[in-house]
Design a protein around this ligand. Structure first.
Ligand SMILES: [Zn+2]
Length: 239
């Protein structure tokens, strides 16, 4: 057979293409960004509902405190009226007005407190409901990351195995051809060789290969595709 050099180079190319494929797969592996984006969205929804719950709860607490202090003031004012110190009827009247006004405020607060008692539980339930999908997605992310680790470990294993095949494959190839191949690989995306299909086209770029180049390739001469610049490998039965 006349195609010994190119056949040896082709075997090396197959391993190099497999290594490149492994590299690309490893580089495009999603470590969980897609799920993380969903978590962020669900988390934001939960935060919003939780904030609403906290706002209502805080308002309720404030009003309850406020009413306690109003209660104190009413007591204190009553004591002033009935403590015997205030005797001026005008002053007594003023104090009674103060009490009336305090009671009005307390009533308004009580109305709102009743409303809040209605509002807080459903707000709390909404927040709790919104937290569930966040936790479920986090769990999903954890499992996904485990599977990514497994895929990554497998890719690393394949990468090592393929690299270990290279030295033996290099031995049969002459240095000039090898250097040319490596230089093409560096310039053209890691792929240094291509084949010619049955219609005489380059399988990498589709360009029609001149017949004389097909013949050269079959004679074990290293010729390149004029368009994509890779070394042509011709299998039997092309002519
Ligand atoms: Zn080509």
């Amino acid at each position: 057979m006349a195609t010994l050099q190119l056949r040896a180079l082709w075997k090396l190319h197959l391993v190099d293409a497999a290594i490149l494929d492994i590299r690309n797969k490893a580089a495009s592996l999603d470590p969980g960004r897609r799920i993380q984006t969903e978590i962020d969205r669900l988390q934001a929804d939960y935060e919003e509902k939780h904030a609403e719950e906290r706002k209502l709860t805080a308002e309720l607490g404030d009003l309850e405190l406020l009413n306690k202090s109003i209660e104190e003031k009413i007591k204190k004012t009553n004591n002033e009226i009935y403590g015997g110190k205030v005797v001026n009827p005008r002053e007594v009247e003023d104090l009674q007005k103060t009490i009336e006004s305090l009671k009005k405020k307390r009533q308004a607060n009580d109305d709102r407190i009743l409303e809040l008692w209605e509002l807080v539980p459903p707000a709390k339930a909404l927040a709790e409901e919104a937290l569930k999908p966040v936790e479920a997605k986090k769990q999903e992310l954890g499992e996904f990351q485990k599977s990514v680790l497994q895929i990554r470990a497998k890719l690393e294993q394949d990468f090592k195995a393929r690299n270990a095949e290279r030295p033996a494959l290099l031995e049969g190839i002459n240095v000039t051809l090898l250097t040319r191949y490596e230089s093409i690989r560096q310039k053209h995306g890691g792929i240094g060789m291509t084949t010619i299909d049955k219609r005489g086209n380059c399988t990498m770029c589709g360009t029609l290969i001149p017949q004389k180049h097909v013949v050269s390739a079959l004679e074990d001469k290293a010729v390149t595709c004029e368009s994509c610049h890779r070394i042509l490998y011709a299998t039997e039965g092309l002519i």
